[in-house]
Design a protein around this ligand. Structure first.
Ligand code: NAD
Length: 255
């Protein structure tokens, strides 16, 4: 058997939250091309369905679903619809988040309602979705949850960075809770990705060019300064996170 075949995801079922967005739909596409059935779940249900229709037209199993990840009933409905359509859930990519829409401001000047809103979506939303899918994963005896963090978690990234660092902590906690039950939980932390949201976030910063160079040189190593990652490139570490046996071993060590 070719080594590449051991990385296939045929028969697996994946939910990607924020699946109508820039990176989410790229992740969804990567999963579909690896053989998984994919549910693109997004606040913008129409855009998610439109994107899923493109996957289907290319011969992949895919549906789009409207969900607000902060709403437990909506997340439960997302899980139910996935199980009804594809028979279960193996993979959850907690990708939906607020980023470009957050006002750029110092932490002490940020209106407090934004503090609450960002933590609610970027942190609580991931837990709400994990809660919604865990029963199916445990029942199947396997699962993968990948939390989309950000390089912004490890620098002064305002409320966005704070929320992403909290999501690192959520990842460790969920890994400890669910690892022993066969559900492997990991996070990945991309640097700036060259998509709409990435550029909108960057351009709102007063020192955009300097930040771009610093972020990429210090945090990514590559691509070189001035050349943000393209969304397709962003899928690579995430695919490894889902598929690698090393990831399973890491979960086992944490448990
Ligand atoms: N773009 C970058 O440079 C970059 C870098 C590192 C990490 N990230 C992370 O990658 C992920 C995707 O970012 P993106 O650039 O594609 O952003 P994006 O804004 O294009 O996509 C985010 C998607 O999440 C959806 N969403 C927002 N709130 C939601 C909610 N409550 N319920 C359901 N869906 C909701 C939006 O509708 C949107 O489709 C985010 O977690 C972001 O923090 C992005």
């Amino acid at each position: 058997m070719s080594v590449i075949n051991s990385f296939r995801l045929d028969g697996r079922v994946a939910i990607v939250t924020g699946g109508a967005g820039g990176i989410g739909r790229i992740y969804g596409r990567a999963l579909a091309e690896a053989g998984a059935s994919v549910v693109l779940a997004d606040l913008d249900g129409a855009a998610a369905s439109e994107e899923a229709a493109k996957f289907s037209a290319d011969g992949h199993g895919a549906i789009g679903i409207a969900v607000d990840i902060t709403d437990p009933a909506a997340a439960a409905a997302m899980a139910t619809a996935t199980i009804e359509r594809f028979g279960g859930i193996d993979i959850l990519v907690n990708n939906a988040a607020l980023m470009a829409e957050i006002p750029r401001s110092t932490l002490t000047e940020l209106p407090l309602e934004w503090f609450e809103r960002v933590m609610r979506v970027n942190v609580m939303g991931a837990v709400v979705c994990a809660k919604a899918v865990k029963a199916s994963m445990i029942e199947r005896g396997r699962g993968r949850i990948i939390n989309q963090v950000s390089a912004g978690a490890f620098q002064a990234g305002g409320i966005y960075g704070i929320s992403k660092l909290a999501l690192v902590s959520v990842t460790v906690d969920l890994a400890r809770e669910l690892g022993p039950r066969g559900v492997n939980v990991n996070a990945i932390a991309p640097g700036l990705v060259e998509d709409d949201a990435g550029f909108r976030a960057l351009e709102q910063r007063p020192d955009a060019e300097r930040r771009r160079r610093v972020d990429h040189a210090a945090l990514n190593g590559r691509p070189p300064p001035g050349a943000p990652r393209r969304p397709t490139g962003a899928a690579a570490p995430y695919e490894r996170s889902i598929r690698s046996k090393a990831a399973s071993m890491a979960a086992a060590r944490r448990s």
